[in-house]
Design a protein around this ligand. Structure first.
Ligand code: PLP
Length: 406
């Protein structure tokens, strides 16, 4: 299938190119020292992703440890309640071990670390979700795990800090600057530069320098591959639309990967937070412009000095001032449509799915649910597949405190 001069039959062979570009987006903008380390990772990945042993091992882990394949569920009561004849379905990444899609790429990254003979994995974390997933993978493989986290986030995310420690990870407190995610990224990169002979840096989404946007997409694409097969088996056809939330963009790239070459409408949902004013949302593709941050070229939200702007969303997993380069590319060619959903609609959707289907979604995933419902109302007929990236247990205390029981 050809779309705006991009051939999707051969898409995954050609995107990214060998330098990590999706059109003009992506690449690797790092110090010479880090460039060497990234090249080592890229070369190792090129080798293992063709290795039957590596592939067999990853398959076994997904099945026996993660509990894959995760099911696709028909959202029967929710669909009926719309009264439109549109059928809603959910791909259940909330049922993946640790309760979200993040383990899909963390297990891949940690298995790569093992193949490269590394002893340690290093990462930063904001809300702690990536830290917990990576600490889980490290425990499974017997790797050391250093998670860099701002002191402000350490205080806010006590349960995830406890989880990482129980899993045997070292949580390294970062006190510089505002002491949140950005400083944690800087500290983790610095640590990696010091330790790259023994360690590998594990990025938490389809962002960062090449090869991470490609590698994380490839590891996450199992979500889309499974979902496509399951959906056809259940309904005898493809869905008319696929919807996923976009923070850095990993769960969305995962499910989109299964449908890019199909006649399926694809929607990425960004967080509108409190509204359109800069600082009140994290809708980088909708309101951002081209720029380089954290080692890659993409579309990003900048402040008046050209620095990454402050962002906000009720979902801490979505408040990132950019998105992966592949999303910027798919946005520009129009293959994926990107739209926004704000906090209020998200919380409504959180309660709607909980009450109507007995599934408590993560606040991040609730953005996709809200959009899926809106889309279904507008469509009149057909089917919508929503990627339910994670479960909402982690969000319970916050929702009850801030919004109460509705
Ligand atoms: C981290 C997270 C996200 C956002 O990350 P992406 O890379 O955009 O997928 C979405 N949903 C859940 C449940 C998360 O934990």
């Amino acid at each position: 299938m050809k779309y705006n001069n991009v051939e999707f039959d051969t898409y995954f062979k050609n995107y990214p190119d060998k330098n990590g570009y999706f059109g003009k987006y992506g690449g690797s903008y790092v110090t010479p020292e880090l460039a060497r380390a990234m090249k080592e990772i890229a070369e190792a990945y090129e080798t293992v992703c063709k290795s039957p042993d590596f592939i067999a091992e990853l398959r076994r882990i997904r099945k026996e440890f993660q509990g894959r394949p995760t099911p696709v569920s028909y959202l029967k009561r929710l669909s009926a309640s719309l009264g439109t004849g549109v059928h809603l379905y959910a791909k259940r990444e909330d049922l993946n071990h640790t309760g979200a899609h993040k383990l899909n790429h963390c297990m891949g990254e940690a298995l790569l670390a093992k193949y490269m003979g590394k002893k340690k994995v290093i990462a930063e974390t904001g809300a702690g979700q990536h830290g917990v997933a990576l600490a889980t993978a490290a425990a499974y493989f017997g790797l050391e795990c250093d998670i860099y986290m701002g002191s402000v986030d350490i205080k806010k995310q006590a349960p995830n800090v406890a989880r990482m420690k129980v899993l045997g990870a070292r949580v390294v407190e970062v006190t510089e600057g505002l002491a949140t995610l950005k400083e944690a990224v800087d500290a983790a990169f610095a640590a990696y530069c010091r330790e790259y002979k023994d360690a590998i840096y594990c990025i938490g989404s389809v962002v960062g320098p090449h090869p991470f946007p490609m590698m994380v997409r490839d590891f996450q694409s199992i979500v889309g591959i499974e979902a496509r097969e399951q959906f056809i088996e259940m309904t005898g056809a493809l869905p008319d639309a696929v919807v996923a939330c976009v923070g850095g963009g990993s769960n969305s790239m995962g499910i989109f990967a299964g449908f890019l070459n199909d006649p399926v409408e694809i929607y990425g949902v960004e967080p509108l937070g409190r509204g359109e004013k800069m600082g009140d949302h994290a809708a980088s593709l909708k309101y951002g412009e081209e720029g380089i941050m954290h080692g890659f070229n993409s579309i990003m939200l900048k402040d008046e000095n050209g620095e990454p702007s402050p962002v906000y969303s009720v979902a801490s997993g979505l408040d990132y001032p950019s998105s992966g380069p592949e999303h910027a590319f798919l946005h520009d060619i129009g293959r994926v449509k990107y739209d926004v959903v704000g906090d209020e609609e998200t919380i409504d959707a959180f309660y709607t799915l909980s009450r109507m289907e007995g599934i408590i979604p993560a606040i991040e995933s609730s953005h996709a649910v809200a959009y899926g419902i809106k889309l279904a109302k507008a469509m009149g007929k057909g089917s919508v597949l929503i990627n339910l990236s994670g479960r909402g247990d982690k969000d319970m205390d916050y929702i009850i405190e801030k919004y109460g029981i509705r």
